[in-house]
Design a protein around this ligand. Structure first.
Ligand code: FO1
Length: 331
């Protein structure tokens, strides 16, 4: 690992960060990073394994959560969807006995309508997402993990389920036996992401506190993603999604137990062992080494988000200086 990331550098003051993210938790840290780094220093590569067709519309929940959060218009109580939302369309769907299990708000629908219109005209998801980010005033770059559709398929004790059927309709109740990222094997990295990594390489890669199995693994399953990121030779820091032995939101802890894992930071570190240089954990548990930093990871407000973003950046700088910390065989 070297301090210099190579490639042509544009005149740019602070560090550039590339974050890998799923939905709510990842979007929160992305917002903290955006606030601390300032405009245009952050690229967020977002999981699209949750994407699906619903009511004839292309819905990309994690991209939308990231977009709304970075634009400052996300609904704070749930982390996804739009603030100041109304649900007239959903109420009518419900009233008429139509499909209404997935709660699309009226303002949110505008985003899905515009995405779907562009999708049907053949625009790539990368290009659509950039246009939507621009429309919502977001200057950080939000990039789908691939332009190729990839669908997370959940094999459970109740059968093989599409992701949103498992996650929203059945509220993660089925016992998970196995996860597949359908379409990943033949997916491609978006040319725009590859070009950005070459022309404006990041100084630090952050794996946000998203679900490692449901949200980060699909990103790392895109052929070439791991190799591209490792080739940058910059520190890769993950933030554990566990706080007090539990997931802050979502089914990470339940899923870990179902996959036969112990719910602790050591299991998170082991999961990323061949890929990361350091892990930030909320509190010590059984595994502490020089590649682990302890810092509050519960993000209740802007101060928490920005404090964690600063910890991440400081840890990255520390790892950059100590090249020997890259643990090829794990932490
Ligand atoms: N999550 C829910 O738990 N229930 C919903 O009805 C729901 C609707 C929804 C609509 C748009 C959107 O962008 C996200 C939405 N989510 C909903 C969140 C989302 O499905 C999940 O949190 C992610 O897929 C997991 O990261």
């Amino acid at each position: 690992m070297s301090a210099s990331s190579g490639g042509a550098r544009s005149p740019h003051a602070g560090p550039r960060v590339l974050a890998l993210s799923g939905g709510v938790g990842g979007a929160k840290l992305s917002l903290g990073l955006q606030s601390v780094l300032g405009d245009e220093s952050l690229t967020v590569v977002v999981n699209t394994g949750d994407d699906f067709w619903h009511l004839g519309l292309r819905v990309c929940p994690d991209l939308d959560t990231t977009l709304y959060t970075l634009a400052g218009v996300a609904e704070p109580s749930q982390g996804w969807g739009r603030a100041q939302e109304t649900f007239s369309v959903l109420a009518e769907l419900e009233h008429r006995g139509f499909d209404s299990w997935f709660r699309l708000g009226d303002r949110d629908l505008a985003l899905h309508l515009e995405r779907t219109r562009r999708w049907r005209e053949g625009e790539s998801l990368t290009s659509i997402t950039a246009a939507l980010a621009c429309a919502y005033g977001v200057t950080s770059r939000i990039r789908p993990m691939s332009d190729t559709p990839i669908s997370t398929r959940v094999s459970t004790d109740q059968g093989v389920l599409d992701f949103q059927d498992y996650f929203v309709r059945r509220r993660c109740a089925p016992r998970v036996e196995r996860l597949d990222f359908v379409g990943a094997a033949s997916a491609q990295l978006s040319p725009e992401l590859v070009r950005e990594l070459q022309e404006s390489p990041p100084d630090l890669i952050v794996i946000c506190p998203s679900n490692p199995w449901l949200s980060v693994d699909p990103i790392l399953a895109v052929p070439g993603m791991r190799a591209q990121l490792r080739a940058l030779s910059v520190p890769i820091v993950a933030v554990s999604p566990l706080v007090d032995g539990r997931a802050v939101k979502g089914p990470t802890d339940k899923l870990m137990r179902e996959l036969g894992l112990t719910v602790n930071h050591a299991a998170i570190a082991a999961h990323y062992a061949d890929f990361i240089d350091g892990l930030i954990v909320d509190r010590e548990d059984s595994m502490i080494s020089s590649a682990v930093r302890v810092a509050p990871t519960l993000m209740r407000d802007a101060a928490d988000r920005e404090a964690l973003a600063r910890e991440v950046l400081a840890f990255g700088a520390q790892l950059r200086e100590d090249v020997s910390l890259r643990c090829k065989g794990g932490l």
